[in-house]
Write a protein that binds this ligand. Structure first.
Ligand SMILES: [Zn+2]
Length: 126
């Protein structure tokens, strides 16, 4: 699993394994900055936290008005698809990571979906 990468500080070839210390400059490989996969993984990790939050806020504001609600729903679907773990399946190294991200994605998006459903069911005032 440990491949070689170039040290981001001095370009010396080092192992991508977590905790590897570069013998040239002392750079330590962290969880998110090892190989390329780990970098994408770090971005994806942030994505799973922020996307449901952004969707939630969008729907909250969009629910004031029918037309902005349609835009909000479209935005929600766009973000849900963009953050779907299916697109990132290559970066999961362990089964736990896979289950963890699918769990977050399903729970967060079904919560927002039920929120959208409630807004649509109640209709719009005014
Ligand atoms: Zn180095």
């Amino acid at each position: 699993m440990s491949s070689l990468i170039n040290c981001p500080e001095c370009n010396h070839e080092i192992l991508s394994r977590l905790g590897t210390v570069c013998p040239e400059c002392g750079y330590t490989v962290g969880y998110f900055n090892g190989d390329k996969k780990r970098k994408i993984y770090g971005k994806f990790f942030a994505l799973t936290v922020f996307v449901p939050f952004i969707s939630f806020i969008t729907i909250l504001f969009a629910s004031q008005n029918k037309y902005s609600m349609y835009v909000g729903i479209a935005f929600f679907f766009y973000l849900a698809i963009k953050s779907c773990p299916l697109l990132f399946k290559d970066i999961f190294l362990t089964k736990f990571e896979k289950v963890f991200f699918w769990g977050i994605w399903i729970i967060a998006n079904s919560l927002i979906f039920s929120m959208i459903f409630n807004v649509l069911r109640k209709g719009f005032e005014g």
